[in-house]
Design a protein around this ligand. Structure first.
Ligand code: G3P
Ligand code: CA
Length: 225
């Protein structure tokens, strides 16, 4: 069972910050999960929301600001919004990385960065899983790079995630844990798909989902898995 730290170790630190990913490493995760958007100057930044209000002292849409502008903001008064490259350098192959294509037009720049890390920095394609809820990003990514494991995220239907996974030659589905049944997990396995489920935080829920034939659990508290 893979232990995957959600937005780093969100239960112990501020989500999607360097500190949160460092904490996840200290908790011996197999992988971290993070969210990416493209900002106005073209860099990939690690941030969950489409807007700045909930997490920072800024306001407006993340995609409308340059990296220089975003770096002036504070998350919870002290953290800076990290870039994907900063997180890759911090992780330095100590665990795998599940990159969720959250923002629009993220498939191409993510594929480019991974290709660079595989060709020039000794990372392997298998160090990554790319996931998304978005049909367009999944479709684009599957056309760009079939070497990198791909996961279809869903909070609505395991059956539809399996259909999309077959269409995009994805290796994984990532369903919300409330959707899991013995039958749909077995059906995914028959189709050759791996299953990582999210976001499972309570120990009772963690024990419950372990009864299904799943491969990994994404949690804010990865040490509970
Ligand atoms: O990748 C699993 C999970 O992170 C998807 O939902 O909203 O937390 O990005 P969200
Ligand atoms: Ca996510």
């Amino acid at each position: 069972m893979q232990k995957i730290g959600h937005r780093g170790a969100k239960g112990y630190s501020i989500e999607n910050t360097l500190e949160s990913f460092q904490k996840a490493i200290e908790l011996n995760v197999d992988a971290i999960e993070l969210d990416v958007h493209v900002c106005k100057s073209g860099e990939l930044i690690v941030f969950h929301d489409f807007t700045l209000e909930r997490l920072t002292n800024g306001e407006g849409e993340v995609a409308k600001f340059t990296l220089e502008q975003l770096k002036k903001l504070k998350i919870s008064g002290k953290h800076k919004i990290p870039t994907l490259i900063e997180i890759l350098e911090l992780i330095d192959k100590r665990c795998n990385i599940n990159i969720e294509l959250k923002g629009h037009n993220t498939a191409k720049p993510v594929s480019k960065i991974i290709e660079d890390y595989v060709q020039n920095k000794n990372w392997k394609y298998s160090n990554f899983i790319i996931s998304s809820f978005q049909y367009e990003e999944l479709s684009h990514f599957s056309q760009l790079n079939s070497n990198i494991p791909l996961a279809v995220l869903t909070q609505a239907s395991v059956e539809q995630a399996i259909e999309w996974a077959i269409e995009f030659k994805a290796t994984h589905i990532h369903p919300h844990f409330s959707l899991l049944t013995t039958d749909n997990c077995n059906f995914a396995k028959e189709k050759g798909l791996k299953i990582n489920t999210w976001t499972v935080n309570d120990t009772i829920d963690i024990e419950h989902v372990k009864k299904f034939s799943i491969d990994g659990i994404i949690s804010d508290f990865p040490d509970r898995i």
